[in-house]
Design a protein around this ligand. Structure first.
Ligand code: GTR
Length: 394
């Protein structure tokens, strides 16, 4: 038994070493590439007004991402019900109100329930802007008793800053598992599983976030026009895809989402499409054809960021997280500016990626590259709060 385990560990180790050796982490080896133009429609016409953008180009780009990468996100259902299953008005020593809300969605005689956790500050009498985390690290990171605190979901700090904080575990909508991802919202939309551009886990997680926003629209303590959606890594990919579709999202924050998130795929730096499609349950089946074939993608990830215009997008990286390509994420931001320019928003990002730990806050766009490794930390959250403070004060 033990020797079997040892052989398995050795095998995993060899695989990891192989991946590390095969990966490009050398700027000089980034191949020359040409990005698809944000402001040129597929029929070749130039997009010069926001009207053209909103009417033609934006829907076109959305559809390309849907068909080739993330799959559809169906929004029809028969009924949605909200139940507050627990409320504590004196949480955090009286500083906050805790609500645990079950959100049940019905379609074709089937239903699923999302368990939303949220805290809102008691010191503020009007509705508050609220951070909503698409959480793939489990309920334990959102402990309602606040015995276990952590930087991934730092509720106390967010409450002190005058914001609400909410989150749900992705397991409620689509377990992060190749075999079991369809035991969730895909039971409501089984036809999606048959489609090559059908919904998969990343889309399902964003769908869950949209249902939480449905709830926020009914809760007077939340300012539903100021929802800040946050995701780390795989959650960050889902956060960007959700923000692209659901225009109720005011700010989409991607923390170290990397490949198939904020980073440009054509740079072939760190993780590539070929690497990421090992998560077969995250993307629609059509995406696999772009493994080792990034130049054929009808978009690149800068166009996903562009879909947030004229709302706001924030991208954060970590300097040691080269797998997620911090520079590729910044270049993506630079390229996305064209869409904001249509709305006369002067994003004016510096051409060079900022120094480590130097936050860039511009109208509707922000970025930082924290020192350290792949994670979402209190430092990252402080930057998110700075950005939201400035954005909403506008
Ligand atoms: C990695 C994956 C990344 C990122 C990460 C995470 O294994 O390659 O793209 O999503 O998981 O979510 O932590």
């Amino acid at each position: 038994m033990k020797s079997k385990k040892n052989i398995l560990s050795l095998f995993v180790l060899i695989l990891c070493v192989q991946i590390l050796v095969a990966q490009n982490y050398d700027e000089s080896k980034v191949p020359p590439y040409t990005l698809p133009e944000i402001l040129q429609s597929q029929d070749g016409s130039k997009v010069v007004t926001k009207k053209q953008w909103e009417k033609n180009r934006r829907p076109e780009i959305l559809k390309l991402f849907e068909d080739h990468e993330y799959g559809q996100v169906p929004q029809d259902f028969d009924k949605i019900q909200f139940a507050i299953v627990n409320e504590d008005k004196s949480a955090m020593d009286g500083k906050a109100t805790l609500k645990e809300v079950s959100i049940t969605v019905y379609r074709n005689q089937k239903s699923i329930t999302i368990n939303l956790v949220m805290f809102t500050p008691n010191s503020i009498k009007k509705s508050v802007p609220t951070f909503l985390v698409i959480n793939h690290r489990g309920m334990k990171t959102m402990d309602v008793t606040r015995q276990n605190k952590g930087g991934f979901w730092p509720a106390e700090e967010v409450i002190s800053a005058g914001y609400g904080i909410a989150g749900f575990d992705v397991i409620d909508v689509a377990p992060d598992d190749k075999e079991k991802f369809d035991v969730g919202v895909l039971q409501l939309y089984p036809e999606q599983l048959e489609m090559n551009n059908g919904m998969r886990a990343l889309g399902a997680w964003g769908w869950g976030a949209s249902r939480a926003i449905d709830y926020f629209e009914k809760d007077k303590t939340v300012d539903a026009k100021k929802i800040i959606i946050v995701g780390h890594s795989r959650g960050g990919k889902a956060s960007l895809w959700c923000g692209a579709q659901d225009k109720r999202v005011a700010i989409a924050i991607s923390n170290e989402s990397g490949n198939s998130g904020a980073a440009l795929s054509r740079r072939i730096f760190g993780e590539t499409v070929k690497d990421i499609i090992r998560f077969t349950h995250w993307f629609c089946p059509n995406y696999t054809q772009y493994a080792d074939n990034e130049d054929e993608l009808p978009f690149d990830q800068h166009m996903l960021l562009a879909l947030m215009a004229p709302r706001a997008v924030y991208v954060s990286s970590a300097a040691q997280d080269l797998w997620a390509d911090p520079k590729g994420q910044y270049l993506s931001m630079l390229e996305a500016q064209d869409a904001f320019a249509l709305y006369k928003i002067e994003t004016d990002l510096p051409n060079e990626m900022p120094e480590i730990n130097q936050q860039i806050i511009r109208p509707h766009m922000g970025f930082h590259n924290r020192e350290g490794k792949h994670n979402m930390t209190i430092y990252d959250w402080q930057q998110f709060i700075n950005f939201a403070d400035e954005y909403f004060a506008k």
